[in-house]
Design a protein around this ligand. Structure first.
Ligand SMILES: [Zn+2]
Length: 128
């Protein structure tokens, strides 16, 4: 289901940091978030709309200071070519509400070889 809200609605719902990262395409400082070291079993969802995005089974320690996953939940995210900062990267967004989540890089572990590098502030977590 698509979630569409005005910038003002997002602003009143989210923390200033989450609004900046999710809705204004920002990046949190590495090693600053809540979840990069979280190894509890559970499900990570979108802070904006609550849609489930990543399972803890696919999380790994990338050493980057951001929560990293080798796979998203099926169809939960969209991937968009991003040529900002003079680099070609693949941006990862929530498929439901279009929140900016982070980027995906082709240097992750098996079985996918992908590394979804996600801002902690974009995520909520529910323990299993
Ligand atoms: Zn969302």
């Amino acid at each position: 289901m698509k979630v569409v809200k005005s910038e003002q609605e997002w602003k009143s719902q989210l923390s200033p940091e989450a609004f900046y990262v999710c809705r204004q395409h920002g990046t949190e400082a590495p090693f600053s978030g809540t979840f990069y070291t979280n190894s509890t079993q559970g499900t990570y969802s979108c802070i904006c709309c609550g849609e489930a995005l990543f399972e803890s089974d696919t999380k790994f320690d990338s050493g980057t200071g951001w929560p990293s996953y080798y796979e998203s939940i099926e169809d939960a995210v969209t991937e968009i070519k991003d040529s900002s900062l003079g680099m070609i990267r693949i941006e990862v967004r929530c498929a439901s509400c279009d929140a900016h989540l982070g980027h995906v890089f082709p240097d992750g572990p098996e079985p996918t070889g992908l590394r979804y590098c996600i801002n902690s502030v974009c995520l909520d977590f529910e323990e299993k």
